[in-house]
Design a protein around this ligand. Structure first.
Ligand code: NAP
Ligand code: GDD
Length: 332
């Protein structure tokens, strides 16, 4: 029988890849979009004739409930959030409302309408923050370092709590950083890949970055949405760390991206303290053993493959005159 999935955050990077994955698995795919004066459908334009969109907002519990009643999904993926860490210091309360309380609004709607709906929550390695052990696994204690991470921690624990309180099939995927050509241009990987392409084409002269020594466990978003789906196909709900098990510095990403276009990154990158954060997460490195053993999930893409994919896509977009998928809404 055809399964039906509902995605909050379908217009985002992960939402677009998850929708593609579920369509390939022959799901009926529905997505929640919030109203805006300009369309945010850039990442899903190519899917619009195969998915159904509904107006709702994580800030509005009644709108979520109405859509869940209408769609009657088998699976609900909550990927929606205010996801850019620096903005969470500028808008901590909105971040808590969306990224934190938005999760319990979705869970409450599911509990009241149909508690058999399987639920995925997009938790984050940012919750490990000032890490207390390395590598980080499902049993590593959390130490959030931003209003975003604090809000994600609420979303994580309320998902666990609804599973334990109401027996919901609710899973929390603790995903490490994952990137793609569809990544928002304010995140550091896309900022770098786009700048390398623009500098190569003579459109820019320099790239201003913050902390070059920060280390992240970077993977490809297309691989990670597969893990989300796998979690909801298991016999019992659980939480999983998803990452590559390798970490790289921001400087290494810049070096690889500029090398892809035949340039030396050190000739173009300028350190600008404007991009430092009030509290930094210095090192993230996953231990994805549980996902390997129970989900049989492994990433298909390497760090180098990811960097090349992103730089090549930015070169192609600039060459074809197509403007980036997301405009630079923020200063980072
Ligand atoms: P993204 O590109 O920033 O997408 C965020 C999505 O949330 C967008 O579709 C956005 O809609 C939607 N949204 C924001 N506020 C909303 C609201 N009030 N109501 C309904 N929808 C709202 O993020 P992503 O990279 O795809 O990440 C997906 C999820 O995974 C996020 O929850 C993120 O925090 C989490 N996560 C991401 C990573 C990563 O490395 N990418 C790692 C761990 C966890 P608009 O298009 O209207 O803005
Ligand atoms: N954005 C940005 N811009 N980051 C910079 C810059 C810059 O100019 N220069 C250095 N960095 C450093 C940041 O200080 C951070 O340590 C690292 O690059 C990564 O920053 P982002 O790409 O903005 O991602 P993030 O790690 O803060 O958060 C992403 O990953 C989380 C999972 O760990 C987001 O996708 C979150 O939503 C996600 O939860």
């Amino acid at each position: 029988m055809t399964k039906c999935a509902l995605i909050t955050g379908i217009t985002g990077q992960d939402g677009s890849y998850l929708a593609e994955w579920l369509l390939q698995k022959e799901y009926q795919v529905h997505g929640i979009v919030r109203h805006a004066s300009t369309s945010s459908h850039g990442r899903i334009n190519h899917l619009l004739d195969r998915i159904t969109l509904h107006d709702a907002d994580l800030l509005d519990a009644s709108s979520l409930r109405r859509v869940i009643e209408r769609v009657a999904p088998d699976e609900y993926y909550n990927l929606a959030a205010m996801s850019f860490v620096p903005v969470s210091w500028e808008q901590p309360i909105l971040t808590a409302e969306t990224t934190g309380l938005g999760v319990v609004r979705a869970l409450e709607a599911i509990r009241q309408v149909n508690p058999s709906i399987r639920f995925y929550q997009a938790s984050s390695s940012e919750m490990f923050g000032k890490v207390v052990e390395t590598p980080q696994s499902e049993s590593t204690p959390f130490y959030p370092r931003s209003p975003y991470a604090v809000a994600k921690l609420y979303g994580h624990w309320i998902t666990v709590n609804y599973r334990e309180s109401y027996d919901l099939f609710a899973c929390s995927g603790i995903l490490f950083n994952h990137e793609s050509p569809r990544r928002g241009v304010e995140f550091v990987t896309r900022k770098i890949s786009r700048a390398a392409a623009r500098i190569k084409m003579g459109l820019d002269k320099e790239l201003r970055l913050g902390n070059l020594e920060a280390q992240r466990d970077w993977g490809f978003a297309g691989d990670y949405v597969r893990a989300m789906w796998l979690m909801l196909q298991q016999e019992a709900p659980a939480d999983y760390v998803i990452g590559t098990g390798r970490t790289q510095t921001v400087a290494a990403f810049a070096e690889a991206a500029f090398a892809r276009v035949g340039l030396d990154w050190q000739d173009y990158v300028v350190v600008d303290p404007r991009f430092y954060r009030p509290a930094e997460v210095n090192l993230l490195l996953s231990n994805p053993q549980k996902a390997h053993a129970e989900l049989e999930w492994y990433p298909d893409h390497t760090f180098e493959g990811l960097v090349h994919m992103m730089v090549d896509a930015d070169l192609e977009q600039l060459g074809s005159g197509v403007v980036g998928l997301t405009s630079t809404k923020f200063a980072a």
